[in-house]
Design a protein around this ligand. Sequence first.
Ligand SMILES: [Zn+2]
Length: 439
Amino acid sequence: MWVQGVCNLLATLSKPPWTKPLNWDLHMTIDGEGRIPFHLYVTYEDDPPCTSSQATLLSRFSQLSTELQLHVLDFCSAPTLYKMMYASMLRIEAAKRFWSDSDTYYLIKAYWLFGGGHSAYTCYDLSFMAYVQNVEIEYDLRSDDKIAPIRQDDVLELDYNKAREFWRTFRMRFPRAKKVVVNKNWESLTIRYQNDEPIACSLKVLVETCPINLEISVLVLVEVSSGGEKRTAPPIAKNWHRVLYRLADDGEWRKVTTSGFERKTVLMPPKRFYGPVGEFKGLLHEQEKIQLQLTGLGAVAIEALDRHYFGKEHPEPFHCPASGCDVYFEKAGQWTQHAAEAHGVEMFMARPEILPHALQHGFEERKNNLTKEVEARRRKFRKIFDDWNEEGGEKRRELERGWIHQLDTDEAWNTGVKGTDSELWERFNNMMDPTWSGY
Ligand SMILES: [Zn+2]
């Protein structure tokens, strides 16, 4: 897990010479993968185009020939295309370009598709999903057990039916999808069954059963200098790369990229959270989003320190600020690499005071704001918890009725089974139990 974190973290942070301003709103998973919430994806990163001249520009634009107008669209950013999709004569053409942007992938987790893709178990807007063309599937740790469980007698079983079912669900939810990248950022336990292939056999089953009208690639973690030998020493980060592969017609794996895969991984817009089920799921969703921002903040602080010393006219070499660590950095980028390998994103979260004074204030302010948001969500959870456990049980009965009614009748919260038999209901009950310690 450590190796993938380092690889992803280094790929997500920007490298010197930095050309963009520092982004304090970075969203990142604990595995170091960058995520862009949809509302930020369709917001201008820099200042929006000057509004006073917008009307003039628009009138000049409308005087161009249709052919030229379409040509201009090819150079428009996602925020501009998104705006044009709602307020322009060229909305159909703008939409075509918006959805087919080849650098943008919308993220979905494999376990949701393995579970049948029921609406109750996703926080994303299903109607949006129906338009998506490029999908990044997060191949999580549970996925191997679904299609390639290892039996008690140590035999690996490949379940092609489970994989076909996966794709049927995928097609139902993403009817317009054209390109898929399956992202697996961990090393399988099944590696010993892999023979000499670079891709785990479980993942190969998924690729082999993929519908023919989908272009599929897999992004995996590869150790470059192992030479197929069993590793005896701890892994070394620089020997690991994220490589994108495609299965060619001759059955061989072809490298599409040799190190990394530049793209924007976007979180689809959330659905509407209403009713008792929606309120609960909405809180879980927001907690998850804040966690991405907190992890992102730790990573941004690492990059900020590099820029602080090396992003100026007269670079200042410096010592690692971690106590007991005396590594000296003479060039931009060295610190980032060292921090990713030796300390991780948590280092400034626990001790912001080791940051230079100039960075400390901004960092602490953002950290405190995010912590306050976590607390606010926690209080809301606590309120539901208290209602549920109140003496007399009246509020509990009311909550129970509301939940079951919504699970059984509301299409947006369908679990695929009877409400009372669903995992969602079970999870809610567990979290409402007085022995639950998650608050
Ligand atoms: Zn250090």
